[in-house]
Design a protein around this ligand. Structure first.
Ligand code: MN
Length: 191
């Protein structure tokens, strides 16, 4: 079963100026596509040939894990974005943010701090535990919290390829721009 790249839920220029069409052309069109192509080649003739991405993330090691996780991580990231400042946290997520972090402002500060201080390449995740409490988790490289049995509801890609064309070394500027692109309706559905 060949895994295919899902279409972006918006036009290439929909996230401008926060994230440029040029960045998306590389990030989605080249990087995300390359992980997908690599994965389809790697799984041929292995026990993962017909497995779901989730199964590969939970059970595979090395290149199959890395590429499967990067495929799913990017789909999760892109599908949680939309035009800037067009939504706000839904009822359930807003309540969970308040009880887990104190306020939306404290949550934003904590998420951006976690994303700023993640050393090297990786992902920052917001996960929901079995009691409905939210937690921010840093993962290096291709790390995805479903490997640890956790339920992600939001992620931010902090690999340099996510922001270098627009922001060069200014990761905090990218993070603040990213924040305004979060599609909170999607986060609410995932909660
Ligand atoms: Mn990326």
């Amino acid at each position: 079963m060949k895994i295919e790249l899902p279409k972006l839920p918006f036009e290439m220029n929909a996230l401008e100026p926060n994230i440029s069409a040029k960045t998306l052309e590389f990030h989605y069109g080249k990087h995300h596509q390359a992980y997908m192509t690599n994965l389809n080649n790697l799984i041929q003739g292995t026990k993962f040939e017909n497995a779901s991405l989730e199964t590969m993330i939970k059970e595979a090691e090395g290149p199959i894990f890395n590429n499967a996780a990067q495929v799913l991580n990017h789909t999760f990231y892109f599908s949680g974005l939309q035009q800037a400042n067009t939504s706000e946290p839904g009822k359930q997520v807003a309540e969970a943010i308040k009880s887990s972090f104190g306020s939306q402002k404290e949550f934003k500060d904590a998420f951006i701090k976690a994303a700023s201080t993640l050393f090297g390449s990786g992902w920052v995740w917001l996960i929901k535990d079995s009691k409905g409490t939210l937690e921010i988790i840093q993962e290096s490289n291709a790390g995805n919290p479903i490997r640890k049995g956790l339920k992600p509801i939001l992620t931010c890609d902090v690999w340099e390829h996510a922001y270098y064309l627009d922001y060069q070394n200014r990761r905090p500027d990218y993070l603040n721009a990213y924040w305004d692109l979060i599609d909170w309706d999607v986060v609410e559905k995932r909660f």
